[in-house]
Each structure stands twice: as structure tokens, then as C-alpha cells.
Design a protein around this ligand. Structure first.
Ligand code: PEP
Ligand code: MG
Length: 915
């Protein structure tokens, strides 16, 4: 730890975000490249950690702060805590990673009765000064003294009502003075002390409060949700900056901008501003702001300066920037900049555009996109065929479409979300404390605020649809309803949002799948050129295979053949096979299955030609194809009752001297048919009881089944090889791979291999040509990892089945852990992630590493991949790249994410090597 806790904007290292926070580092950087930033300084994140640990500020800190304040006084000619021209400062949080609105900020600090008089004297604007004062008392009271907003709001609203104005701009200086007095009274009453007069005391309390906000619920929840770990961001810095005012008159303004349109990625001026307002008014959505294009007419000189600022920011940071600015008496200041959060479509478009504009390289274009973001491109949009009329229109603040029940507060949204309801959070405006409601909601609707309001920014970051500023909607939280024109929407009524158009509809509207833009195709093409890892898909049907192919899958890494057995035309045959009491009966059922399986494989191979298709032989325990014991007992009981009914009917018919001539269906009701059904059900029940295992996932499944019933695997292998021959005859290039599940020893593999060899020999004789295919094993038991050397001598490929391997490594049941104790483990931070979703690199990673090393040592050309769920997760993919796997296989819709992740893994590894 360094001893120094404070850096002026002119000195701080613009690259050291860990120490100075993102905002602080950027303020330093901007100052040093000549952008007009108001003078200020940064207190480091280290000071924050020190404060949180010891519960008091580092002893030297306030001394350093005083020295910096003196420098600010000389730089600005203003004085802190005194007139005639008092220095006011903003005190803002800022950690290494942007956490918008999650921590606290205090503005106008340095005001007290004395400086207030100076401010009035100096500006000649009493209204302005009292407005600043009342804002400061409320914000300081809330942040530093913990007084709820409602105590202040009550007085503010009462005075507005009395005066008869809706917006605060309608209030005169006298009203604002009265409000300030009331607010001082609130502080006295609620905190039990006078509002601090000493400005250094104000500053100290504000710094402490910002430090504490790092551990506030909002911030902690946010970090948990976005997996922000201490090595990514630890503690918040505090930025102390000379106040500049956008609310000193009509030659003043404040606004926020993006260097490109964050909704579409279009290269254009984008943003919103308010004249004669303070920044918080724009961000909080209290007044609905104007589009930046209007500034061109209103303040043409400043607009030109803003265009220049935007160009400087983008060409310096080589990244789309989200910046805040204030115009004070005609002078433009930039108050902050950070990388802009955009939706996936805009991120992809800006990557491709910025490459074409020669701003960034292809590698940078790939690396600037978080692969997970692409998930948003798979989000549905409203079916254009729908003819429903919207009931309201707002700003299209975050694209995507969603339907759900209206809920008017975040707490209830969280509760209903937890029980699985689809929710649309409907608020007048949102605040950071609503964040848990965002997590729970499918979409967000607000009646106030613009595209850069809190609701819009947070929803965009989360990739959730948001319609903001739908002013036709009047939300009445107390009555749990909203009025829209003549309609009343009650809590629980279903509505649909289209965040791409800003339309709001009553009821649920059908949605359609997203489609890939040309830009995304271009970008993923670059990714494929870059990556070493191939990306395959887990797919079991020709339709799924085709979808995966459309997503760019380079083959099938896992076809779970059991899923082919579940279709209604196959299951009865599979059940016959399971119920068979001898090999002959089982073969008879298998003979019926063979052509069906063969046809399946022909279709799959054809769809994927000329890419590999890895077919896994039957894996799950047999009982999974049979009904449960309870279901069977119920069905047997019903059949018995039914038989009694038939017997009774027969007895009734027997009382006639002559059998009546009944129409066909009645005549066919026979005891014999019911008896046949009963016998079958009873046999099933017997089989179910026979097959019962205490722990079936660790029981008779996978290759163990194949060895117990070799004819099952033989049928599947035959179907694969015959399909290969059929395709070859049609001139199709196919690359089948036969994969054995649940292997623990090379003897098992050798056993299956014998069947493969025998069948191959036969088929090749008839076909007259050599059959080309690969034979391999899944690695999903711990023993398979330790015996990788021996296994590699018997197979041509390994595929890590990390679902089972995770189960085995953790001794967590994959069926139960995620619903039982894993969430608790994550909450208590015993485990950072769900290991069934995110590969456990520290533990399981070592097993993989070892198996890869041993396998390749034995067989250098061994092909190795992963096909567990983790194969579609970017951090897991990065690990797969590092250990030298050849491919990852994941579900179809994750394929684009995996393609980008594979490229980024390679690029990051190259970067690490170069440094
Ligand atoms: C695995 O275990 O990772 C795997 C892919 O197989 P399954 O999920 O079908 O058991
Ligand atoms: Mg498995």
C-alpha cells in the first residue's frame, strides 16, 4: 500500500482504475489530454479499504485533503467555507468498474449560512443559491446522516402544492428559502443534531459516507449479480470536484451523451440535456429532457464544442463513451466519461463500424465485446403480424420485447419473480434502490424520464426491455393501479412492452425469434478466423442440428441418442426392449428400432455434412424410459376397476335370454383386452422394481448398460455405420464419431470396440470401401481422468462430460444440488459460482489438465473437447483454450457466444504472453 491517499486530476495515473476508480482515472486522463474538466482530486480506493477495515479514516487523509482543497482554491480563485466567492465541490463515488447509481454522491458541498450569503452576493441570484442549498441539505442529510428522502419530500411537495406548481422550476427564491429552512429542521429532528456548519466537517462526513456506500445493500447486491469480485474492483474512490452549475440561468445546461447511439450503434450525436438544470435532474428522470439535436439550435457554439468533445473522447479512448457535461454561463465542462454500456446489437455494429473507420483493429473489435452480451441478440421481438394497438407510447429505452404481470414496486416484483411469475416493473421513475426489482422483472416501464434515465441505463446494461417516459401512464402506487387514457391497469394485469419501439400493449403479444444481423455474421466470421477452438453443438434432432448450424456450429459434439428414443412412435418399442426377458426378445425389439435410428443418423449426418457428428451410445439408466412405480400402481388399480366394470356388464348381458346385437365399439369391450393391458403393466411394475437403484445416476448406466446388454450398443453402432454407408453412397461427405459414455477403464472401451470392429468389417466387405469414422470416449468419471494414458491408447478422441465430472468431483448430485444447497453456498460466498454452469477451474480444472496432458502424451493426435453445459460459458471456454482442447460443444443458442469467447480466449492469451 502506498502512503499517499490523494491525487489531483492533473497528477493521477489515468490507467490506474484499481487505485483511482474508473471515474477518477478518467477525470485525470481527460484533464491531462486537455479536456475542460473542473479542477478536482481523487481519494484512492486504498483509503476506502483502510476506512472500512478500521472504521475510521486513515489519520493523514484529511491533512492531504486540506492541502488539495487549498490547491483548488488557488486554481479557481474561490474559497472553501468563506465568501466572497465560495468554493463548492461535488463528492462522488467511483470504483474500478462502473456500477451506475449503486453508490452515493453529494453535490454542492461547502454551503452553510455564511457561504450561502456569499453565493447570493457573488451570483446575484438568490433563487439559484437557495435551490443549491436545499438540494445540498437533502442529499447530505440522506447520504451522510441517513435521513430518508420522504421526510424532505413531504415538505417540498406541500410547498409546491400550496404555491400551485408542478415542477420545481416554478418555485421562487422565497419558496426555496422556506424549503431550506424546513430541511434544516428535518435534519435537526431526524438526526438529533444541527446541520454541520464547518465545511471540512461536511467534507469528512461525506467522504466517510461514500466509502460506506461501497458496502451498502445496493452495491453489494449489484456486485453479486454481476459477479464483480474483489480482484476486479475493491473499494470505491472518492472524486472531489469543483462544482459547475447548469442551473444558473438560460445560458446554462446539463446533459449526458453517448459518442454513438447506444440503442442502434449508429455513428451520430446522441444524448439528452436540460437547460437551467442540475445533472441529477436528467439522470433521475425528474424532468423529461430534450434530445441533443435541439442544443444545436439553442446554443450553437456550445453544440460545436460538444461535437469536438465527443470526437476527442472517442479517438482517445477508442471506445464508445458515455459522458456527462455541464454548460455554465456558456462554458462547456466535461464532468465524467466512461465506456458506454450498449445493447448487443449496438455493440456489434460499433465494433464492425469502428474497424471499418480504421479506429480499431479486428482483434480490438472482438475483444471489446463481452461474449455473454450476444445472448441479447437471441431475445424475441414482437410478432410484426400482431395487429394489437398500443395503449401507450414511451421512449424506446432498451430493446427486446416482454410480457408479464404489472407490478408497481420492486419488493413485490422480487417476491413474485422468485415464484416464477413473469413481471413487468411499472414505476413513475426508478431509483437505484429498485435494483432488485430489475433483476426479477422481464421488462421495465416508467412514466417519466428519458433514454438516459436510471431505468433506461440499468435495463440496457441488463439486456432487458425498457420503455421509459411513457407520460400517458399515471401510476398510482397506493391504489396499486395505473391509468392510461380510459383504461385502468390493475396490479397483476398482463401487459407487453416493446423496448425497440417504445410501445406498451395490454395483454400478452406473441413474439418472434431474433435474427442475425450482417454485422454479427461479419464479426463472428472474424472470431472463427482467430480462434483455435472449434465450436460444436449439442443437438439430438435434425431440426436442432439445423438450428445449431445456422448459429455457426462446426459440427455436433454430442448427440444424446436416448433423446431420440422418447418420441411417441419409439418409446413403446424401447419399452418392449426393456421388458424383454431374454436376448431373443430384446433383439426382436432392437430390430424394429434399427431402421428408425439409421434414418435419424442419415438425417443428422446430412444436415451437418461435411462436419463431424459425435453420437453417444445409450447413457441413462433404463428406468428413465419407464413410468414411475406410483404411476404404474395407479394405472393397475384403474385397469382392475375397469375389468370389474366389464365383468359386471357381462353379467348384466348374461341375464338376457338372447345376446343383444350391440353396435361395434360396445361389442369389442372385452375382458381379454384389459387383461392384456394389465399383464403388460404388471410386467412393467416388476421391471421397475427390479431396476430400482438407490442412486441411479451412479448406477447401471452408460457403458455398464452396453456391457450388460451388448445387443443394444450393437444396434446403435450398426445404425451409425449403416447410415455412414448410405450417405457415402449418395456422395455425401460425413464424419461420424462413436462415443462411449461413463467409462472408467480401457477394458470397457476395448469391449465396445470389438463390436465396432466386427460390424465395420462386415459392412466394409459389403460396401467394398473403407469406412471413415472416429471412436472415442467421454471423460466424465474421476477414474477416467486418472487413467487417461491407458484410455488414450484405445481411442481417438476424448470428450469431457463436465456435467457428470462435476457431480463426481464435488460429490454433489447434479439432480438436487442446484435446488437445495447451491444457492446458499453462493450466497454465503462459500462457492463463487454454480459449478454446473461455470467450470470449476481450481478443482475440476486440475483433473482436466492432467487428463489432457496424459492423453496427449500417449497419443499426440488425440482430439479433445468438452460437451458438458460449461462448454458454452466464456470463462470456461477460456480455460479450455488454455489447456489446449480442440473444441467446445454447447447448446445451439450458445454457439455464437462460444465462437466469440473462443476467439477472445486466444487473443487474451496472446496479450498475456506479450506482456
Ligand atoms: C456430461 O455428463 O457432461 C454430459 C454431457 O452428459 P449428460 O449430461 O448427458 O450426462
Ligand atoms: Mg454425462
Amino acid at each position: 500500500m502506498t502512503n499517499r491517499h490523494v491525487y489531483s486530476f492533473a497528477e493521477g495515473d489515468g490507467h490506474n482504475k484499481k487505485l483511482l476508480g474508473g471515474k477518477g482515472a478518467n477525470l485525470c486522463e481527460m484533464t491531462q489530454i486537455g479536456i475542460n474538466v473542473p479542477p478536482g482530486f481523487v481519494i484512492t480506493t486504498e483509503a476506502c479499504l483502510d476506512y472500512l477495515e478500521r472504521d475510521e479514516l486513515p489519520p493523514e487523509l484529511m491533512g492531504e485533503v486540506t492541502a488539495e482543497i487549498e490547491k483548488l482554491e488557488s486554481a479557481t480563485g474561490k474559497t472553501f467555507g468563506r465568501g466572497p466567492d465560495p468554493l463548492l465541490v461535488s463528492v462522488r463515488s467511483g470504483s474500478a468498474l462502473s456500477m451506475p447509481g449503486m453508490m452515493d454522491t453529494v453535490l454542492n458541498l461547502g454551503l452553510n449560512e455564511e457561504t450561502l450569503a456569499g453565493l447570493i452576493e457573488q451570483t446575484g441570484d438568490e433563487r439559484f443559491a437557495y435551490d443549491a442549498y436545499r438540494r445540498f441539505i437533502q442529499l447530505f442529510g440522506k447520504v451522510a446522516l441517513g435521513i430518508d428522502d420522504e421526510h424532505f419530500d413531504e415538505h417540498f411537495e406541500a410547498i409546491k402544492k400550496r404555491v400551485g406548481v408542478k415542477a420545481d422550476v416554478g418555485l421562487e427564491a422565497d419558496h426555496l428559502r422556506e424549503i431550506s429552512d424546513k430541511f434544516l429542521g428535518v435534519v435537526r429532528r431526524e438526526s438529533g443534531q444541527e446541520f454541520p456548519h464547518d465545511v471540512m466537517k461536511q467534507l469528512q462526513l461525506a467522504v466517510e459516507a461514500v466509502f460506506r456506500s461501497w458496502m451498502g445493500k445496493r452495491a453489494v447486491d449489484y456486485r453479486r449479480e454481476f459477479h464483480i469480485t474483489p480482484d476486479m474492483a475493491n473499494g470505491t474512490a472518492v472524486n472531489i470536484c469543483t462544482m459547475v452549475f447548469g442551473n444558473k440561468g438560460d445560458d446554462c445546461a446539463t446533459g449526458v451523451g453517448f459518442t454513438r447511439n447506444p440503442g442502434t450503434g449508429e455513428n451520430e450525436m446522441f444524448g439528452e440535456y436540460l437547460t437551467n438544470a442540475q445533472g441529477e435532474d436528467v439522470v433521475a428522470g425528474i424532468r423529461t429532457p430534450k434530445a441533443l439535436s435541439e442544443l444545436q439550435q439553442e446554443m450553437p457554439t456550445q453544440y460545436e464544442q460538444l461535437v469536438a468533445l465527443r470526437n476527442t473522447l472517442e479517438s482517445h479512448y477508442l471506445e464508445v463513451q458515455d459522458y456527462e457535461f455541464t454548460i455554465e454561463k456558456g462554458i462547456l465542462y466535461c464532468l465524467q466519461t466512461r465506456n458506454g454500456k450498449m445493447n448487443a446489437a449496438a455493440t456489434v455494429k460499433t465494433s464492425v463500424d469502428m474497424y471499418k473507420e480504421d479506429l480499431i483493429s479486428k482483434e480490438q473489435a472482438l475483444l471489446r465485446i463481452d461474449p455473454e452480451l450476444l445472448e441479447q441478440l437471441l431475445h424475441p421481438s414482437l410478432d410484426p403480424a400482431s395487429t394489437d394497438e398500443p395503449i401507450a407510447t414511451g421512449l424506446p429505452a432498451s430493446p427486446g420485447a416482454a410480457s408479464g404481470k404489472c407490478v408497481f414496486d420492486a419488493d413485490l416484483a422480487e417476491k413474485l419473480g422468485k415464484v416464477g411469475d413473469d413481471i413487468i416493473l411499472v414505476r413513475e421513475e426508478t431509483r437505484p434502490e429498485d435494483i432488485h426489482g430489475f433483476f426479477a422483472a422481464q421488462g421495465i416501464l416508467t412514466s417519466r424520464g428519458g433514454k438516459t434515465s436510471h431505468a433506461a441505463v440499468v435495463a440496457r446494461g441488463m439486456g432487458k426491455p425498457c420503455v421509459a417516459g411513457a407520460e400517458g401512464i399515471i401510476v398510482d402506487v397506493a391504489l396499486r393501479q395505473a391509468h392510461v387514457g380510459g383504461n385502468i391497469i390493475h396490479e397483476g394485469d398482463v401487459i407487453t412492452l416493446d423496448g425497440g419501439t417504445g410501445m406498451v400493449y395490454l395483454g400478452a403479444i406473441p413474439t418472434i425469434q431474433a435474427h442475425f444481423s450482417d454485422d454479427l455474421h461479419t464479426l463472428l466470421g472474424w472470431a472463427d478466423e482467430e480462434a483455435d477452438l472449434k465450436v460444436l453443438a449439442n443437438a439430438d434432432t435434425p431440426e436442432a442440428a439445423q438450428r445449431a448450424r445456422d448459429y455457426g456450429a462446426m459440427g455436433i459434439g454430442l448427440c444424446r441418442t436416448e433423446r431420440m428414443f422418447n418420441a411417441s412412435d419409439r418409446l413403446p418399442i424401447v419399452i418392449d426392449m426393456i421388458l424383454a426377458n431374454n436376448e431373443e426378445d430384446r433383439k426382436e425389439a432392437l430390430d424394429r428400432l434399427l431402421p428408425i435410428q439409421r434414418a435419424d443418423f442419415i438425417e443428422l449426418f446430412t444436415v451437418m455434412s461435411p462436419n463431424p457428428v459425435t453420437v453417444r451410445l445409450l447413457d441413462p439408466p433404463m428406468h428413465e424410459f419407464l413410468p414411475t412405480e406410483n404411476d404404474l400402481l395407479e394405472q393397475i388399480e384403474t385397469l382392475r376397476l375397469y375389468r370389474d366394470v366389464i365383468r359386471g356388464r357381462q353379467a348384466a348381458l348374461d341375464t338376457f335370454s338372447m345376446e343383444p346385437d350391440l353396435p361395434k365399439p360396445f361389442a369389442e369391450l372385452s375382458e381379454e383386452l384389459v387383461n392384456d393391458a394389465l399383464i403388460k403393466k404388471e410386467r412393467m411394475l416388476k421391471k421397475v422394481r427390479e431396476l430400482h437403484e438407490v442412486n441411479p445416476m451412479l448406477g447401471h448406466r452408460g457403458v455398464r448398460l452396453g456391457i450388460a446388454y451388448p445387443e443394444i450398443y450393437a444396434m446403435q453402432i450398426k445404425a451409425i455405420l449403416e447410415a455412414t454407408v448410405e450417405c457415402a453412397k449418395k456422395g455425401l461427405s460425413v464424419r461420424p464419431e462413436i462415443m462411449v459414455p461413463q467409462v472408467i477403464t480401457s477394458q470397457e472401451v476395448a469391449y465396445v470396440r470389438r463390436t465396432v470392429d466386427e460390424l465395420t468389417k462386415q459392412l466394409e466387405k459389403d460396401f467394398g470401401k473403407e469406412l471413415r469414422f472416429k471412436f472415442g470416449t467421454m471423460i466424465e468419471t474421476v477414474r477416467a481422468c486418472t487413467r487417461a494414458t491407458q484410455l488414450a491408447s484405445s481411442v481417438e478422441f476424448f470428450s469431457f462430460g463436465t456435467n457428470d465430472l462435476t457431480q463426481a468431483t464435488f460429490s454433489f448430485s447434479r439432480e438436487d444440488a442446484e435446488n437445495k444447497f447451491l444457492p446458499m453456498y453462493n450466497e454465503y460466498e462459500i462457492l463463487q459460482d454454480n459449478p454446473f454452469e461455470v467450470l470449476d477451474i481450481q478443482g475440476l480444472g486440475q483433473l482436466i489438465d492432467m487428463a489432457v496432458y496424459r492423453g496427449r502424451k500417449q497419443r499426440p493426435d488425440l482430439k479433445i473437447g468438452i460437451c458438458g453445459e460449461q462448454g458454452g460459458h466464456p470463462a470456461s471456454i477460456e480455460f479450455c483454450h488454455k489447456v489446449g482442447l480442440d473444441y467446445v460443444s454447447c447448446s445451439g443458442p450458445r454457439v455464437p457466444i462460444a465462437r466469440l469467447a473462443a476467439a477472445n480466449a486466444k487473443l487474451r492469451a496472446q496479450e498475456a504472453e506479450a506482456t
